[in-house]
Design a protein around this ligand. Structure first.
Ligand code: NAP
Length: 381
């Protein structure tokens, strides 16, 4: 795998120091803890340490300001086997907010609808303090996602539904979930532009869009963020997407930043996945491929030991260190896991460490596609 060179000063470039109201209120009592953090291991952080770090290391996606790590609200619908009920989902989302997370990622098709409903209910009382991102772009019939559909009339209906479920009058960041080859990007961007003018949407995003589509969209309505898969074992966005985003001043939101749990230390060669667990259909997780991919697990464990951190913290800390414009959105159904991975915001890597990691990764092979052929057919190249 070819690995593009790093940006200058990757470790500190993303830190913003402006604090919002909630952050300002809490920061006063936390400055002491923050000053101590470099001498603590991220594994031994308290909740207060984590909040402090989340609040002092905010990042920008275009002109949106968000916590350095957001919460992906897909797994709670049962995407990886464990399904939460409404009360559990709301507790999880509130726990993330209490830990300093201000960026929440959902979509019309997560459930469908259930994830948006939980996000809306959990965050209604703190709506002005959070950034809610959702997505349109599929049809939904009888509560099941159908084909790609970004036609302007459908897009407008999807937004009205999302606004209701999210219990809000505006969506902070609205992504097109997948580029629809049947609808010109100019029409999609033009419709989102109108929705922004109407006050229903604040920022425009794209997911798994090619550099050419990003440029087309951005020319009509400035794009704030692009969301695509990105983690140790899927670094393709570094080739064409990252340079385009740097040039246009657009943020990047990695999805599956924990490699669907591979980089958390909880998966081994004997792990097996049964539908509806999404991994049951991903070639990289088939038994032979999984076994062959175990060196990736060893790699992240090795770095976790070196950094006195957990594997999930290394996975997130590494990508935060690579670019100031990156804001990962790991997903979980487990509050303990949430608290653990948020510690990744405090992890720092030197340029030499990042180089060593690149060298080690360049020697690792990846067996199996990241996505099955049907899903691959919906990716915009
Ligand atoms: N735009 C798109 O097309 C697209 C596609 C996929 C995902 N997304 C978004 O990206 C978000 C993140 O991706 P993802 O959730 O699919 O994958 P991910 O973040 O790479 O991995 C989630 C998995 O990791 C496990 N996990 C998390 N923290 C852990 C920890 N500390 N220890 C052990 N296991 C841990 C979770 O299990 P537990 O529940 O047991 O913690 C879950 O199975 C999604 O939630 C969604 O919002 C977007």
């Amino acid at each position: 795998m070819s690995i593009p060179s790093l940006q200058k000063d990757p470790t500190s470039a993303g830190t913003l120091h402006s604090l919002g109201r909630r952050q300002f209120i809490k920061a006063g009592s936390m400055l002491g803890a923050a000053a101590l953090l470099p001498s603590l291991t991220v594994m031994s952080q308290s909740s207060t340490d984590r909040q402090s770090h989340m609040q002092s290391s905010r990042r920008r996606l275009g002109s949106l300001e968000v916590s350095a790590i957001g919460l992906g609200c897909l797994p709670l619908v049962g995407y990886y086997g464990t399904k939460l009920d409404r009360a559990q989902s709301i507790s999880l989302i509130r726990a993330a907010f209490d830990e300093g997370v201000t960026f929440f990622d959902t979509a019309e098709v997560y459930g469908p609808y259930f994830s948006e409903e939980c996000v809306g209910e959990a965050l209604a009382s703190v709506r002005d303090e959070v950034v809610i991102a959702t997505k349109f772009g599929f049809g939904v019939e009888e509560k099941q996602p159908t084909a790609l559909n970004s036609r302007p009339d459908h897009l407008r209906r999807a937004v009205e539904g999302s606004l209701k479920r999210l219990r809000t009058d505006h969506i902070d960041l609205l992504y097109q979930h997948r580029v629809d080859p049947k609808v010109p990007m100019e029409d999609v961007a033009g419709t989102v532009k109108e929705l922004i003018q109407e006050g229903k949407v604040r920022h425009f995003g794209l997911s798994e869009a090619s550099a050419a589509s990003i440029r087309k969209a951005h020319a009509v309505q400035p794009v704030s963020a692009v969301q695509s898969e990105y983690s140790f074992w899927w670094r393709e966005p570094e080739t064409k997407i990252f340079p385009t985003l740097r040039e246009l001043g657009i943020g990047f939101v990695p999805y599956c930043p924990l490699g669907r749990a591979v980089f958390t230390g909880t998966i081994n060669e004997n792990s097996r996945f049964i539908k509806p667990d999404r991994r049951a259909t991903v070639p990289r997780f088939e038994p032979d491929a999984l076994k062959a991919n175990m060196p990736w697990v060893a790699f992240v464990r090795d770095w976790a030991e070196r950094k006195k951190a957990t594997p999930a913290q290394v996975a997130l800390g590494w990508m935060l260190a690579r670019e100031a414009r990156i804001v990962p959105i790991p997903g979980t159904t487990n509050i303990a896991h949430l608290k653990e991975f948020l510690g990744g915001a405090a992890l720092r890597f030197t340029r030499e460490e990042l180089r060593k990691m690149d060298n080690a990764m360049a020697r690792l092979k990846i067996v199996g596609a990241r996505i099955e052929p049907f899903g691959e057919g919906q990716i915009d190249h």
